[in-house]
Design a protein around this ligand. Sequence first.
Ligand code: GLA
Length: 378
Amino acid sequence: MTGQEKVFKVFKEKFGEEPKYIVRAPGRVNLIGEHTDYNDGFVLPMAIERSIWIALRPRVDKTLKVYSLHNNSWAEFEIDDISKGLGWLEYIKGVAFYLQDAGYSLNSWEGVIYGDIPRGAGLSSSAALELVSARAFFEVSNFTWNAKEMALIGQKVENDWLGLSSGIMDQLVVSVAKKGFASLIDCRSLETKNYPMQNVAVVIMDTNTRRGLVSSKYNERFAQCQDAAKLLGIKTLRDISLEKFEQNAHKLKNILRKRARHVISENERVLKATKALENSDFIEFGKLMIASHKSLQNDFEVSSKALDIMVECALEQDACYGARMTGAGFGGCAVALVKPEQLEEFSKAVSSCYQKQTNNVASIYITKASDGTNTVLL
Ligand code: GLA
């Protein structure tokens, strides 16, 4: 049964009628452009075929009631009297809070929620939860859907409600993605450009390792990038070429120099990668992914042993154009571009290589580029 079918069925059981709407938001995988978004840089992610769904109907009062198929339990709060707490409901509360704070007048809803995006894996289950909640409010309230604005509301939840200094990549691609395309995002102007993902397979390889303290390490990287930009006399690390940076690198101490070099070189790699996609040059794209991983491993220092092994296992296969860690890092997933006709043997070989070297079992998710947040027709 698909996630959509699950929320539909359980909604009928819980509420005794069919839902009025089913809304959905996907996870995402970033092909290249890591830790560049909060430096006003470039990223190239795509939405994946795993999502969060909510089946819902409007309510006349201000109570929001939601049944989670993960915990098999109900949760509720008043959308006109929101206070902070802990747990997954914070994402929905945060969205309700910042939508109203931005002037949206909201009605409430009740429903059933389920998702199949693995959590903490670097596939943006939290951005999906934010955007799917915004979409639920949109359906029961009276406002126009502005995909970019909704992404910014989601980012505000991360930054101000949850205290994570994350950039706009996840929310924006989860909101605006188009089926069959990767999205180049300019994280300064928020302009996006779609690039077709054809004749190549995208394979996500989950190390099944999850690290604590990711948010504190993430915020530390964010601060280091800001410090580096200040010392270089620029607004953000977006504002300098690699060549100019090399001439000025002596102004920075070793750690900041490495952090900055990653971001600045990664921005250049993203732009080269879009050219490679335009030419269907997956060999070149693969090389850029490999360089990105090295830079994340050695300069930005956000990879992990498990991620490095996974990437090595992928690169050993003839079918593989390139591979790298994806998302914030420290654990979670790597991504590979693979020849479609050799997908099955690639997946098997990577799984067995990873297991041999780590005694841990990998999960492999093969995915096509999917649509961003939407309402699923009943
Ligand atoms: C997380 C953040 C994004 C981005 C990536 C790293 O996914 O939410 O904003 O910074 O890490 O590229």
